[in-house]
Every structure is written in C-alpha cells, then in structure tokens.
Design a protein around this ligand. Sequence first.
Ligand code: CTP
Length: 423
Amino acid sequence: MADAARNNSGLAKTGIAGRTILLVIAGGIAAYKSLETIRRLKDRGARVRCVLTQGGAEFVTPLSVQALSGEPLFQDLFSLTGEGEMGHIRLSREADLIVVAPATADILARMAAGLANDLATTVLLATDKPVLVAPAMNAAMWSHPATQRNVATLRGDGIQFIGPAAGDLACGEVGVGRMVEPDQLVAAIAALLSGAAGRADLSGRTALVTSGPTREAIDPVRYIGNFSSGKQGHAIAAALARRGAATTLISGPSSEPDPEGVTVLRVESAREMLAACTAALPVDIAVCAAAVADWRVEAMTAAKIKKGANAPALQLIENPDILATLARATLRPQLVIGFAAETESDPETLVRIADAKRAKKGCDWIVANDVSAGTGVIGGERNAVHLVTAAGTESWAAMDKTAVAEKLVDRIAAAVTAAAPAA
Ligand code: CTP
C-alpha cells in the first residue's frame, strides 16, 4: 500500500491531482455516471485511464469514454496496444487506484472468484493497488445471498466499497442498489488516495458502525423516536474508512450525508438494524453508536389510530439489544464498542454506570458521555467522552465529534493491529 502512495519521484502525494486512476466501467445503466466522474477527476488534475467491458460498451460508447479521458481506451484483453507496449500488468500497476464503477453483480462475482476472463478482471487480479468499487444493480440482486457472499469475500480481500445507495432504480423498483453520485464517488476516491498516502493502518480490516436513532412504528403515520442526529456515529464510520477499514454504516433515519468511502445501509427500526448488523458479520470491528429505541409498540395497528374520548394506551415491549447480540455472536467481532449516553453530570458516577453497562452487554469498550439537556451534545457538534475499557478509563476534553471519532479510531487501530498484525 505504501508504494501505491508514491509517484515516480518517490514523493508521497495526497489527493487526486497528479494521480493516475484506472476506471473500469462495467455494464450497467449507471455507466453514464462514470462519464461525469471522468470529467470531474480530470478537472481535479487526475490522469484517468479507462477499461470498458463488453457490457459497459452497451451503455456508453467507447468514443465518449476516450474523448472525455483524453487517453487511449482499453477494451480487449488480446488487443492491448501491443502486449509489449501496455500490457495488462502495466495497466494495473501504473495506476494509483483502480475504481470499478458501475460494478455489476456479475463483475463482483467474477472478482470474488478470482476469474480473469476479460481485460477488466485480469487487470483487477493483477493489481497491487487499492481497489474501490461502486456497485449498481437491482435491489434484489444486491441483497441476494450470493452477491452478499461475494461482497464479504471482496471486503475480506481489502476491496473498498462505496454505496450502493437507496432510491429509485432504473428497473422501476425502489431499494438499495443505486450507484452513488459522481460527487460522492470523487470524494471517496480523494479520501482513499489521501488515506493511501497517510495512515492506512486499518486497510484489510472490516468495520461495522451503527448510527442515528431508530423509529418504532405505532401506526402507519406515527412512531416512537429520539433526538439522536447520527453525527457521532457517521463521523466514526468516516474516520474508519479514511484509515483504510472497509466500513459498513447501518444508520437509522438521519439527515447526515453518507460518509465518503463507506457502504451505507439505511434502516428504520431496531429489528431492521439488528438484521442488517448480523447480515454484515463477520467484521473485525463493531461500533454501536446508534440510539436504539429500547421499546417498540407490541402490535402496530394497520389503520391510523383515531382520536377518541381516551388517549390510547400503548403496550410496549423491549427491543433486541444489538450491541449485546454482536458481543455474544458466534462471529463476534474482535473489538466491540458501545456507547453510554447518560444524563449524569458526575464523571465518576458516569464512568461507573458505563463500566457496569460494558459488563452487562459483554462489549470491550464503552464510550460514555453526559447528554443532559444543558450539554448540547445531542444534535450538537461537540462531545466530551470517557473511554471505558477493562484496562482503565481515559477522559477526553470536549472536542468536535469528528475529533472524537479520529481519537477513537486511533485507539481502535492500536488495539486491532497489536492483537493481530495485518497480513
Ligand atoms: N444498544 C443497542 N441496542 C439496543 C439498545 C442499546 O445496540 N436495543 C446499544 C447502543 O447503541 C449503545 C449501548 O447499547 O452502544 C448503550 O445504549 P443505552 O441506551 O445507553 O443502554 P441501555 O441498555 O438501553 O440502558 P439504559 O437503561 O441506560 O437506557
């Protein structure tokens, strides 16, 4: 990875300018977004070489790709401009980063299997550089166990993912499967290239972060929720991704933007969040920052509850505890971290409560903070936390939530690399 961050003069570069990006365009309707991505990368001073698969050429023309990139286009394994001149090995090695966008279910499957049956997969198999993929497919294809198996394999191999996002799909359905927008892809590329030039000490590791509130439906129009903004959890996911961890963020409803270079899955209820978390296992690191509703209404009514003489009595039942479930899972992550948001201003009492919570839930660390009304922590930009571990407690001064995230990820990187050095 260190070599990936070096240019020909041997100096580490940061960001996009002056870097060579090899963009593999596979066959999906989202290929048009790749054309826009080429333009934006070029605007930021990158050299963009493109490989267009046979499927990709059904969606965008070789001429548009070549004209926009200003470089020869590579399409066919056996007709590269003379194997001697620019063979697939050189093509894959001369890039600082390989980006597969759109990445179809088919190319993900071929990558996961290690196939090399066209130029794109050959280049991907031959590379020693970071690879970022931006999946795009129908929602059922994305959630299919076969695709998810392939994604897990690729994550384990250190492949980075961005998206897919939720929304309207080209097939007319709605769900998770849209390729991220060009600005998100460019931001993820910038983050990865900066990470590769800096500390990518979590590269090859996988992480799962929960964030935001959950919503528990009462009837079709009402829900039980809470004031969590998702700022802290999202910042942790972003920091993990910047350090090279293949990160999945499972977020309840939050208006925070999707962090760069992170696979974001949006859910509503605690039970949906739990299902998404267990489906994301195995991971090396789990950080449960979500404010999960402790209770849900036992029986959601199918029809809207009408106003009557008496206020309705809601029968609540407890939600599953996601943190405790992950901490006790057969595929338990190596490091499981929870939060304890308490309305407790006395630091000693706060730490005592947090330590008891750590033991009760079976997690390794608890990040404890006082969220009493006057602190402005919920929804605010700053946070003052105590990191409670079996080895003792660190109390950090109030700082920006992004700084808390960076510092926490420093501790995470130190712990996981000490326990199991990267291969
Ligand atoms: N948590 C979870 N699933 C739940 C409830 C909480 O994963 N159903 C996680 C939170 O994400 C957080 C930690 O557990 O990391 C602590 O949450 P908190 O609400 O403080 O703990 P509770 O067990 O709900 O205890 P309390 O009675 O203090 O609310």
